[in-house]
Design a protein around this ligand. Structure first.
Ligand code: ASP
Length: 316
């Protein structure tokens, strides 16, 4: 009898859990990349890295890994590429060096970790995750974050490692990219257990002054994840995304107004941010695996993989 009851009540739940969808999406920054200036070779390089990062994230989910693992792994690939404004390719501040910001959020526990103003950490997204996992804090900044990094198993680099895009150095990217506006990277994931996660990593805005911190390490502004609702990672002019609490606003519109992920993300990008001059975009993924990637700027590097494994890559 007990066995029968077990089968009746628990097996359907197990079956349901196994059939729950997985989905994954990334962005490599919104901006105003002129399609005429992007050679076929460069376009292919972008497609290659976006494809590698999104299939890495999706592969982790497919093998039963967590959404957090998928987000971190994909962002590390984008951080290691010189093509994006994050990690290696980060833009420089007004004083000519790089200060990096990142954040990650676990939608299942509503836990988050973030770092701001890093100068020697190769993969800021990993340190952000360690803030979440190894401290009782959410956001560490500047010198303190660097000291924390010294106690953690993260790779450190010389400041010059990040200067690949500096016009004075022989970079691996064409000169016009130095002027490209944004370029932050981010990822959102839904795993087999229905857990949503989001992460974002950036060098911030080129020429930023006085220890400026953008939306990326601010939970709710540049990054947000909540199980049962949505995971969001933003890119664009950070000051506007902070004022609009953009990532959380997508979740709020879904929760309190009953909007779909598409309606909510479009409302934030086109109706709220655009009229006040907030250019940029976001990637959003709901609890059913629906993906929406709107942007109000000329371009947004992006890729997504749906439950069936179908990959879509785009720039314009
Ligand atoms: N949102 C980032 C910031 O303001 C920039 C970007 O998305 O490229 O720091």
């Amino acid at each position: 009898m007990r066995k029968l009851l077990f089968c009746l009540f628990f097996l359907p739940l197990t079956a349901l859990a196994q059939s729950s969808p997985i989905a994954f999406a990334i962005h490599g920054g919104a901006g105003f990349v002129d399609s005429n200036k992007v050679s076929p070779e460069l376009r292919a390089r972008y497609r290659m890295v976006l494809t590698e990062a999104s299939l890495t994230g999706y592969g982790i989910l497919k093998r039963g890994g967590t959404s957090l693992e998928a987000v971190e792994a994909a962002i590390r690939i984008l951080e290691d590429s010189p093509l994006f404004n994050a990690g290696r390719g980060a833009v420089t501040n007004a004083e000519g060096f790089c200060e990096l910001d990142a954040s990650i959020m676990d939608g299942s526990k509503r836990q988050a970790g973030a770092v701001a103003g890093l100068t020697t950490v190769k993969n800021p997204i990993t340190l952000a995750r360690l803030v979440k996992d190894s401290t009782t804090h959410v956001l560490l900044m500047g010198e303190g974050a660097e000291r924390f990094a010294s106690q953690m198993p993260v790779e450190r680099v010389e400041r010059s490692y990040f200067l690949e895009r500096d016009p004075d150095k022989k970079g691996e990217v064409p000169a016009w990219l130095h002027d490209a506006k944004f370029g932050t990277v981010g990822a959102v994931a839904l795993d087999r257990s229905g857990n949503l996660a989001a992460g974002t990593s950036t060098g911030g805005m080129r020429g930023k002054k006085f220890g400026r911190v953008g939306d990326v390490p601010l939970i709710g502004a540049g990054t947000y994840a909540e199980n049962g609702v949505v995971a969001v990672s933003c890119t664009g002019h950070g000051e506007f995304f902070i004022r609009q609490v953009a990532a959380y606003e997508v979740a709020a519109l879904m929760k309190y107004k009953g909007m779909t992920v598409q309606q909510a993300a479009d409302a934030v990008i086109y109706q709220q941010l655009k009229p006040i001059g907030g250019s940029g975009g976001l990637i959003a993924l709901d609890a059913q695996g629906n993906i929406h990637l709107p942007f109000n700027s000329g371009s947004m590097f992006r890729a997504s993989v749906d439950n069936a494994g179908k990959i879509t890559v785009g720039i314009w």
